[in-house]
Design a protein. Structure first.
Length: 307
């Protein structure tokens, strides 16, 4: 998995997975419309960032996220967590799922004394690992070390955790329903094993396809209603959109022909690679992907310089 080279004059790079250039963007002064396909728990944040940069957000969710508290709670009840040396989160949803389950338990999950316990998270997700969260895990927060990789990818997370030495790491990840599971989580677990960890997968929440009509808002948008960009923040979102288009009797190429100047933007290299694997050419990949600011800034910078 390659992140590609950052553009020397801005916060994005063009897609390194294909050689053709991104489509040109015409100059005009009306607000640019940017569709995005995030599930509800991320929609408010991304919509706000797009609005701040002058875009007109168009939310078309292709996934939903639902908690599965019983599944993760069974791995947290004291003293079960004592046998683990770390928890590794690949998403914000995993963190909130664990916190909700731990709050229900109502007592610290770890004793105050023992070996250092690692809690790892990506980018801005780590902001959720505040004092309240840490004290829910263990009253003695000095026993806990928070690990945040410089590169906000699952691969970066594995590298930041270091050598496992046969220690166990709890991995709260999604159960994918209605779609094929992207290779991100299986690869993450495999990479942990290669580093000497014993990963224990727990389906902390469900990522579900939003249904056969989830792309209808885009399909029913006329040619005269411009669509300047579409932003994907996960591979599952891409597959969810394509599956809905197929149900509605359309293919992705039809959408591209309808809006030939539409820019396809991906939140980081993992999403970009997944989209390309599904046949969706990505025009822009944010080089800063620890938060949604990266992809929004990349779109803004792109058009600002062309105008």
């Amino acid at each position: 998995m390659s992140t590609g080279a950052a553009h020397p004059n801005g916060p994005f790079h063009l897609n390194s997975l294909t050689s053709s250039p991104s489509p040109a963007i015409p100059t005009h002064f009306s607000p640019r419309t940017a569709a995005f396909t995030t599930p509800p728990n991320y929609a408010g944040s991304l919509s706000h960032l797009l609005s701040l940069k002058g875009f007109e957000p168009l939310w078309c969710p292709t996934l939903t996220v639902q908690p599965t508290p019983l599944a993760i709670k069974s791995h947290l009840l004291p003293p079960i967590l004592h046998s683990f040396s770390a928890v590794a989160f690949t998403s914000r949803s995993g963190i909130t799922a664990l916190l909700d389950a731990a709050t229900e338990i109502g007592e610290p999950l770890l004793p105050s004394h023992g070996d250092t316990f690692l809690i790892a998270a990506l980018g801005k997700d780590s902001e959720l690992l505040d004092h309240e969260f840490l004290t829910t895990i263990c009253h003695n927060t000095s026993r806990i070390r928070v690990v945040v990789p410089e590169i906000a990818t699952p691969t970066g997370l594995v590298e930041a955790l270091g050598v496992g030495n046969h220690r166990s790491v709890l991995c709260p990840v999604p159960r994918v329903v209605g779609l094929n599971e992207p290779p991100v989580v299986p690869n993450f677990l495999r990479d942990l094993e290669a580093k000497g960890w014993v990963p224990v997968r727990v389906d902390a929440y469900e990522t579900r396809w939003a249904g056969p009509d989830c792309a209808r808002k885009l399909v029913e948008r006329g040619k005269d209603e411009k669509l300047d960009a579409i932003v994907f923040t996960s591979t599952g979102e891409v597959e969810g959109l394509l599956k809905s288009l197929a149900h509605l009797g359309l293919e992705w190429d039809v959408m591209k022909r309808r809006w030939p100047e539409m820019v396809v933007a991906a939140h980081g290299p993992v999403t970009a690679a997944g989209a390309e694997r599904l046949g969706v050419k990505v025009d822009l990949v944010s080089s800063k992907f620890d938060s949604f600011n990266g992809v929004v800034d990349a779109l803004h910078w792109r058009w600002q310089n062309l105008e």
